[in-house]
Design a protein around this ligand. Structure first.
Ligand SMILES: C[S@@+](CC[C@H](N)C(=O)[O-])C[C@H]1O[C@@H](n2cnc3c(N)ncnc32)[C@H](O)[C@@H]1O
Length: 324
């Protein structure tokens, strides 16, 4: 690959970002400039172009390059139970609290008390799970529906959002953890996990839920056996987990947030935003969470000063916080 020495001035780079916003509706103007520069330089190098001006002309003549640039401007790295530690905190503290709490404004809520919905003893002790879900195909589909959404009741709703979910491993990890935690009680709750991203291509992969073995071998065998089935030389996450997650396009820069959340995981996304955009995202997250809702950030991300008083730190290392 050719290394480009980008000699053009920053104004030309700004014009490229304006172009992406005005012509394609993608606003990268609030991203950290160093990361944007690296990504654009990579595209220029691959196309043997040495100035932003020429690259801008090239974009005009090549719609395919527009698409590739949009894809390359964001980092898609993810994984099942990525940076595992927060998932222990979620399993042992956060999910049991969410599960045992009545939803905000429900007739079950009395003075914000938690712990009203009784669970079977097996749900409470979080030991390694028995098999859940069924076989494959239609049978599995019906079985899944019957098991997990029987007696759907808004009062028992659990709402979780993973913005910037890339190819879906993060929302599926949460789905598996919930099934482990709830076991046979999963059918009594209306669980909604929203996986969103700005990138349509990654969301298509997420919806399909098909992964190479190298992506699932990082998990304990129990998870692999319980929640994946072989699929064309790869592995597909089972319907019982897939049906818990709804995927959709959502841009943290300019779309309104999903609301009434019990848990929001936004990991390894804010790190690419500049201060102003981070502030906007925290404001959205604050209003999107229910009182006592949980927020999980990536391991290199922290709550910015303006919002420190709005959250309690549950576990610093895991970057888990709770809205006051
Ligand atoms: C590094 S991945 C993080 C995936 C996952 N959260 C994790 O930590 O494993 C960052 C994702 O954020 C998405 N992203 C970047 N900018 C975004 C925005 N403005 N709104 C929503 N998603 C965005 C990217 O498309 C990418 O899929």
């Amino acid at each position: 690959m050719i290394t480009v020495s980008v000699q053009s001035d920053e104004r030309s780079l700004t014009r490229i970002l304006d172009k992406l916003w005005f012509e394609k509706g993608y606003d990268f103007r609030g991203y950290k400039i160093s990361s944007i520069k690296r990504r654009v330089a990579r595209r220029m190098g691959l196309n043997n172009i040495e100035s932003y001006e020429r690259y801008m002309n090239f974009l005009d003549s090549s719609p395919a390059e527009y698409h590739r640039l949009l894809y390359d401007l964001t980092i898609k790295v993810t994984g099942f139970f990525r940076d595992a530690y927060p998932f222990y905190i979620l399993r042992d503290r956060v999910l049991p609290d969410i599960i045992s709490s009545p939803p905000f404004n429900s007739p079950l809520t009395k003075g914000g008390q938690r712990g009203v919905i009784p669970l079977s003893p097996r749900s409470a002790n979080l030991v390694p799970p028995p098999l859940m879900g069924g076989g494959e195909g239609e049978g599995e589909k019906k079985e899944g529906k019957r098991k997990y959404f029987q007696g759907k009741d808004m009062a028992n709703e659990i709402r979780i959002w993973c913005p910037g979910c890339a190819t879906g491993e993060e929302p599926y990890s949460i789905g598996m953890l919930l099934l482990e935690t709830l076991k046979e009680d999963a059918g009594r709750l209306n669980i909604k996990i929203f996986g969103t991203d700005i990138c349509k291509d990654t969301l298509e992969k997420a919806r399909l839920g098909v992964y190479h073995y190298s992506f699932i071998e990082v998990m304990e065998k129990g998870y692999r056996d319980n929640y994946f089935i072989p699929h064309d030389n790869n592995y597909r996450i089972k319907y019982c987990v897939r049906q818990m997650v709804r995927y959709g396009i959502h841009n943290l820069v300019n779309h309104p947030p999903i609301s009434h959340l019990d848990l929001l995981l936004c990991r390894n996304v804010l790190i690419y935003f500049d201060r102003g955009l981070q502030e906007k995202a925290f404001r959205d997250f604050y209003y999107a969470l229910r009182p006592k809702g949980y927020l999980v950030l990536g391991k290199s991300e922290v709550i910015i000063n303006e919002f420190r008083d709005a959250f309690i730190e549950i576990d610093r290392k895991a970057r888990v916080y709770q809205k006051i």
